[in-house]
Design a binder for this molecule. Structure first.
Ligand code: NAD
Ligand code: 89Y
Length: 338
């Protein structure tokens, strides 16, 4: 399976490492408008075919799928180029700038019969996945309450300076993952209510968001995110969980400790492995990159739809849009409004 990757920036390095770890996959071409980044990635991963222009790379062809690892502004034109070239697509989050673009991108790939998956990797973190499996397996009966929480003071701006520049920050960048985990645990959402704050005066967008979700399943979940939380130990980039069900309770606590109290009680260390190319504390996210990319390849081979297909991700992305609308208008928002 031959792939091409567009966008050789901060995060793409993880994706290139992960592709190298998957049997039967080779990245045969890379693209970046920034010459220095293109050269650095090409040298590091031994990829000779390098393009400054994505249109030129698609015109030359020679690959089965494209991995779009650029920031959100370029996603729609690049997905549309991939549709015209009839290749499968994996695209980074946030998928789109708005719902209209997101729907158009899903339709463009659907018309080709190819696969479109959003790189929505947090639900693939092994600790989070252990909790999802326990809930889906009925370990605590039917859940009725969940708290899905990400609170940190980690400096994400030094590696990703653009995060300080946008008028939208934490919901669009990080909350999107945490909302997606809530969907993976409790299903789709009917209504959301959100408040936001900016605590860090050096950035333009909100760095605190607190969201209340009513799921169609009857679960109420609280999704809370902060990059303004100074605490020790620093838990970046862990998502913590507290879930009550009709038959017990589940907690994923700091330090990757999973406690399930159902018919029996079990406490497990679900810490992710540190892959040879990974570095702490990012190893948790880095392992999930390998797992989600393996899932993409498995789906291409079997013909199954990926868990976070473009179509599926419309519902996570809609939560982001609805949360901003709720915070701006100080009211709860039905997802049917979007
Ligand atoms: P970055 O700015 O460091 O890198 C993006 C690269 O894309 C840059 O080198 C830029 O020159 C290149 N680029 C932009 N438009 C292009 C185009 N049209 N053609 C060719 N090259 C182009 O950004 P990043 O921090 O690597 O983030 C990339 C994406 O990954 C973002 O959407 C971000 O939200 C996402 N991300 C995801 C995770 C995760 O865990 N899933 C973590 C970090 C970042
Ligand atoms: O961009 C973000 C992401 O997707 O995961 C963590 C991050 O790098 C900073 O919030």
């Amino acid at each position: 399976m031959r792939g091409a990757l567009i966008g050789c920036g901060f995060f793409a390095r993880n994706q290139l490492h992960a592709w190298r770890d998957i049997d039967g996959v080779e990245i045969v071409a890379i693209c970046d408008q920034d010459e220095a980044r293109l050269t650095e990635a090409g040298e590091l991963f031994g990829i000779a075919r390098r393009h400054a222009d994505a249109a030129e790379m698609f015109a030359e062809g020679g690959f089965d799928f494209v991995d779009i690892a650029t920031t959100v502004g370029s996603h729609r034109p690049l997905v549309e180029m991939a549709a015209a070239a009839q290749v499968d697509v994996i695209c980074q989050k946030p998928f789109a700038l708005n719902m209209g673009d997101a729907r158009a991108m899903v339709e463009a790939i659907a018309a080709t019969g190819k696969t479109l998956m959003v790189h929505e990797n947090f639900r693939w973190q092994s600790a989070v996945r252990a909790a999802i499996d326990a809930i889906r397996g009925g370990a605590i009966g039917d859940p009725f309450f969940g708290r899905v929480s990400f609170r940190s003071g980690y400096d994400v701006f030094s590696g990703q300076p653009y995060l300080a520049e946008g008028t939208r920050f934490i919901i669009e960048d990080l909350g999107i993952h945490i909302l997606d985990i809530s969907r993976a645990l409790f299903g789709d959402v009917d209504r959301i209510s959100a408040t936001t704050r900016r605590i860090n005066p050096a950035i333009k967008g909100e760095d605190v968001a607190t969201m209340l979700l009513s799921h169609g399943s009857g679960v109420t979940s609280v999704v809370d995110c902060s990059y303004a939380t100074q605490r020790r130990p620093e838990t970046f980039p862990e998502t913590l969980l507290e879930i009550d069900g009709t038959g017990g309770t589940l907690r994923l606590d700091a330090g990757y400790r999973l406690t399930v109290q159902g018919a029996t009680e079990a406490v497990r260390d679900v810490a992710p492995p540190v892959l040879p190319w990974a570095e702490q504390p990012w190893h948790n996210i880095q392992e999930s990159v390998l797992l989600i990319q393996k899932h993409f390849v498995d789906c291409l081979r079997s013909g199954a739809a990926p868990e976070t297909s473009g179509q599926d991700n419309l519902r996570t992305f809609a939560l982001v849009e609805a949360a901003y609308l709720s915070a701006a208008e100080r009211r709860s928002v039905a997802l049917s409004e979007l």
